[in-house]
Write a protein that binds this ligand. Structure first.
Ligand SMILES: NC(=O)c1ccc[n+]([C@@H]2O[C@H](COP(=O)([O-])OP(=O)(O)OC[C@H]3O[C@@H](n4cnc5c(N)ncnc54)[C@H](OP(=O)(O)O)[C@@H]3O)[C@@H](O)[C@H]2O)c1
Length: 343
């Protein structure tokens, strides 16, 4: 990234971040990632990028469209659901906790004036239930225009799911996203120009696809490293889905660094250090909404990675994070095998 004169990033400022991070990556990757983050992922980065937004892009009547947002009870998912509901969309909230979901639904209806909001309870880390949910939803609904894969987690201790014994972050971020998307493809294809948006993370810049340890079984477990690896996997899945399903518009995106419960609880040190520079949930969700409703997003090729309404590279320069074609194929084979066990 080009450091402009307005950016005064001193080593002293960077040091706490470097020590906070437990990402296993080279000093170069780490430094490049945090400089990029300071410049682009903060509220300042958003304010700068927003100068070139076209506000009318996200003010669109979508009252004839059906949206599904996972993790819509909190943070970015809730902010995206509110914005979509304000545009008249029918919103299906997919959440794991009924009470939290109903409370959020009340807020969404109140803020948007749109009562066409439905709660579905699903723990996305339970792969078997994801299959069942997608099957039932597809039987009971005539269409789904837009799927937003937003639910995600960074659990800092290695835990496994009760059903299937999958590492919990992997089950949620990768397997849940994979199965939900694959199983909803036939329903999505009943609409013209359906879209799938997957909320990844800039953390993925620090990771090269690692097909040898998808479930983080080797070495010392690091939740943030597992999370970043899975966010890389989501970007790869998005690229592959775009090739496999040319009639669906797939995008992955990075919300920047936003003040949400996940950041406060999973990365308390990072939150403390960055709290004055974090985006609001609405700012973080802006590109989710833009990708979900705007014509401008559809004009972009399918399969890209976005930050602040712009397609951006999926690797940092010189970061050595590009996987081989062989590793990519191995990943696709392995994820299909893992998912199929639960069918
Ligand atoms: N905030 C950021 O700076 C940032 C940066 C990069 C990427 N992201 C990504 O943005 C997405 C949204 O996160 P957020 O920051 O908005 O945090 P958040 O407010 O904590 O929202 C996360 C949502 O995912 C849900 N969820 C987690 N595990 C689930 C499961 N097994 N089944 C169903 N739902 C589940 C949570 O449900 P509960 O409320 O029940 O826990 C919550 O609704 C995530 O994918 C995250 O990785 C965020």
């Amino acid at each position: 990234p080009k450091a402009g004169p307005a950016v005064h990033l001193h080593l002293q400022q960077l040091t706490p971040l470097l020590s906070l991070s437990r990402f296993k990556m080279s000093i170069y990757q780490k430094t490049a990632f945090f400089i990029k983050g300071r410049l682009q992922f903060t509220n300042g980065g958003y304010a700068k990028a927003a100068k070139s937004f076209h506000p009318e892009d996200t003010k669109k009547d979508v009252s004839d469209q059906v949206f599904m947002v996972t993790g819509a009870n909190s943070g970015l998912g809730k902010a995206a659901a509110i914005a979509i509901a304000k545009n008249g969309g029918e919103v299906h909230m997919v959440c794991r906790n009924l009470e939290r979901a109903n409370q959020a639904k009340e807020d969404i209806v109140k803020e948007s004036g749109n009562s066409n909001i439905t709660v579905h309870v699903l723990d996305i880390s339970n792969t078997k239930e994801v299959y069942e949910f997608a099957k039932n939803f597809s039987s009971n609904h005539e269409k789904l225009n837009v799927l937003v894969n937003n639910a995600g987690c960074m659990v800092n201790d290695r835990k496994t799911t009760e059903v299937g014994n999958l590492e919990l972050n992997f089950a949620t971020n990768t397997v849940g996203t994979y199965v939900l998307t694959q199983e909803l493809v036939p329903l999505l294809l009943k609409s013209t120009k359906p879209r799938v948006i997957t909320v990844s993370s800039g953390g993925m810049y620090t990771q090269k696809l690692n097909v040898k340890d998808l479930q983080s079984e080797k070495g010392t477990f690091s939740g943030d490293m597992a999370y970043a690896q899975q966010k890389r996997q989501q970007v790869i899945l998005t690229e592959e889905w775009a090739k496999m399903h040319p009639d669906i518009h797939f995008s992955a995106m990075h919300p920047g660094w936003a003040d949400t419960p996940a950041v406060r609880t999973s990365m308390p040190g990072f939150y403390e250090y960055m709290k004055d520079n974090l985006r609001t949930a609405e700012q973080g969700a802006d590109t989710i909404v833009w990708l979900s409703v705007s014509d401008a997003a559809l004009a972009q090729p399918s399969g890209l990675f976005f930050l602040d309404r712009k397609a951006v590279p999926t690797h940092l320069a010189l970061a050595w994070t590009r996987e081989s074609a062989e590793d990519r194929n191995t990943f696709l084979t392995k994820i299909a095998e893992i998912a199929n066990q639960f069918k």
